[in-house]
Ligand binder design. Structure first.
Ligand SMILES: C[S@@+](CC[C@H](N)C(=O)[O-])C[C@H]1O[C@@H](n2cnc3c(N)ncnc32)[C@H](O)[C@@H]1O
Length: 251
């Protein structure tokens, strides 16, 4: 387990070439919040204080094409050429602006839809889904099974401990599909550490970074509690619908 408070480029830059098997990440894109101004000022009002001491919102990655290309370049370098799989999450804004750049660095295999079950913010149709681009580092390594679907249904977390905390199941789906136990999984925008919990549940090593001290402290406490008790203090309940099996339950 390696956790660091660092900018994503510095964090990835500190990792050796080819040292990671699977990247799963949920970057803090600036485009949607800066340009679409969703939420009628409720969140946007606090959003204006992003990155400040005590502010609810964290600092975002400035998602210019130049910055994003540097990020993708680092992801490609650290991924193992033979085993490397990568999952990057996108909102509907960043999918159209930055998503296509992934083809310049990786062999893009599919676009997965995360159905969050309950609607969120949005002026023109309330948002109920996000995307995940799945790609390989040019290798032909398969998923663990050919039966996994490309629409995943997990309830969004309501009033979570961390502002953009995602369900652990979302990362479990990525890691279960792509990682063998003992693989190294990396998340350079780890937030509260949901991907770390998912990696541990799949018997993988985890390397995570986040620019915010609050995120790293929260993730550290969450991970140690999970290691000591087997309980996840930040997501005590599963995010799948009652009675609905997840694809790894069906194998
Ligand atoms: C969308 S959140 C990730 C949430 C996480 N998936 C979870 O379930 O808690 C994005 C994270 O990126 C971090 N971040 C913003 N800019 C960053 C940068 N330049 N480098 C690394 N982390 C950054 C933020 O502090 C935030 O915790």
């Amino acid at each position: 387990m390696r956790l660091e408070q660092a900018d994503c480029l510095a964090f990835l830059g500190s990792l050796p070439d080819g040292s990671v098997d699977v990247i799963v990440t949920d970057p803090a894109y600036s485009g949607m919040n800066e340009r679409l101004k969703l939420g009628n000022g409720r969140i946007v009002g606090q959003y204006a204080q992003k990155g400040t001491e005590g502010g609810k919102w964290f600092r975002e990655f400035q998602d210019s094409e130049e910055n994003y290309r540097q990020f993708l370049e680092q992801c490609r370098r650290v991924l193992n050429p033979e085993t490397g799989h990568i999952y990057i999450m996108f909102d509907s804004y960043s999918l159209l602006s930055l998503g296509p750049l992934m083809r310049d660095y990786f062999a893009v295999k599919n676009l997965i839809t995360w159905d969050k079950v309950n609607i969120g913010m949005g002026h023109y149709f309330r948002r109920r889904h996000e995307y995940v681009i799945f790609a390989t580092n040019g290798n032909n390594r398969k998923l663990r099974h050919q039966s996994f679907p490309d629409v995943w249904r997990f309830k969004r977390l309501h009033r979570a401990a961390y502002v953009t905390q995602k369900p652990v199941e979302l990362f479990q789906a990525m890691i279960f599909a792509s990682a063998e136990p003992g693989f190294t999984v990396c998340d350079p925008f780890m937030g509260s550490g949901s991907a770390a919990i998912a990696a541990l549940k799949n018997g993988c090593h985890f390397w995570g970074g986040d620019v915010a001290e609050t995120a790293v402290t929260l993730a550290q406490t969450r991970i140690s509690t999970f290691q000591e008790t087997g309980q996840d203090p930040l997501q005590p309940k599963p995010a799948n619908l009652p009675g609905e099996k997840i694809f790894w339950d069906k194998l």
